[in-house]
Design a protein around this ligand. Sequence first.
Ligand code: GDP
Length: 455
Amino acid sequence: MSDICAVSTPLAEGGISVIRISGENAVSVAAKIFKPLSCESVENMQGYTCAYGRITDGEKVVDDGVLTVFRAPKSYTGEDVAEISCHGGIFVTKQVLRLCLKNGAVLANKGEFTKRALLNGKMSLTQAESVMDTISAQGEYELASANLTREGRLFKKISGVTKRLVKILGELAAWVDYPEEDLPEVEEENLRTSLKESIAVTEKILRDYDNGMVLKRGVDTCIAGKPNVGKSTLMNMLLGYDRSIVTDVAGTTRDVIEESAKIGELTLKLSDTAGIHETDDKVEKIGVEIAKKKLDNAMLIMEVFDTSRPLDDEDKELLEYVKNTGRKTIIVLNKSDLESRIDKEFFNSYSNSIVEISAKNEEGKDSLQSEIEKMFSPEDYDADSTIFANERQMNCAQTADKYLKMALESLDMGETLDAVTVMIDYAANALMELTGEKATEAVVDEVFSKFCVGK
Ligand code: GDP
């Protein structure tokens, strides 16, 4: 395998840049361009040691810096690794990278260091995927979850189930293939128990995924209300800047606008919609349809009303519509700076969460925030649960869950053990694809295509 190199730090001006080389000859490549001042020779450096010295191109000094050496298998990739830290200028960093290329290393592909770690058995596929999650984590919970996966908890949980299924498959195969041998009959009751316990694990994993996604991806939030009640102003208040156009003309917010707002630890993915009022305007009609669909799928709906005007049919229509969606709802009574012309009691039958605000004056933001946090409390998050890094993992878990349930059903319906075996086999394969124990090259390539170069 060739020696690969890449800049592992962002290519931007900063204090330090790190250029990483990995492969059988990584240290020899480094030796050609790094003249140590703090030790005799680079070639003789032990693992986990560093040296101060000059980075040179022949006789020419390019920079001074620090070389850190890791010896196989005790390195990130499992191969010999040399990391050169130089000054963090873009030009100088590129020069050092060029020197590595000139002296025998080739440029690493996206995620190739981590891919090598995987191939050398340093980590599982799920652990490799969590590396990118750690890098992209935007908050405490995302980071905690990525770290749990990198520790290998997801892998352990799943491979426990896989081992069990493989054992069952072995017993079933022996029994089905060698009926004349006097093998103990597969106890249907034991099989049923194993399937049920395996399903409990896949179900728990899928449930954790949903909870975890709230923290990781954010809460899909729909801001609904008829034109001019202050939806855009509320959105701007939550975002902290003017994103949508606020005007006095009803119906300005035609398109669904999406933005992310940070509320404490939570991220709200806001969409500001045209109301759901009856309209003859063709463009608005499409907007209304989109708005209804958004409401049906939202994780949180903020219904906005203008308290300075009496409620009309359109407001009531919205209240009914939202109530029927059964979604988590906060009723936002806006324009509290103006004289109230509505009966607040009226809203009690529509939601337990009612907040008065003045979006224009940015008043009531705190009470709104505490209502939201009450509904999606990060404390509800099971810190010990593992959430998947991505859709790929979730799809595998769903497939396994589906086939395990089908296997149980087949067993209950008294079908042949052959049929049950096939389902269990599919489930085991899906789980092994999840952890990477049996992932195809195509799956592995797909995973690493999402990485950054240098990781
Ligand atoms: P949308 O159509 O629901 O998005 O409503 P906008 O956010 O565009 O607001 C409509 C009008 O109401 C604008 O003139 C806003 O300045 C005004 N408005 C919004 N919020 C408040 C508020 O809390 N108090 C007052 N007095 N006016 C507001």
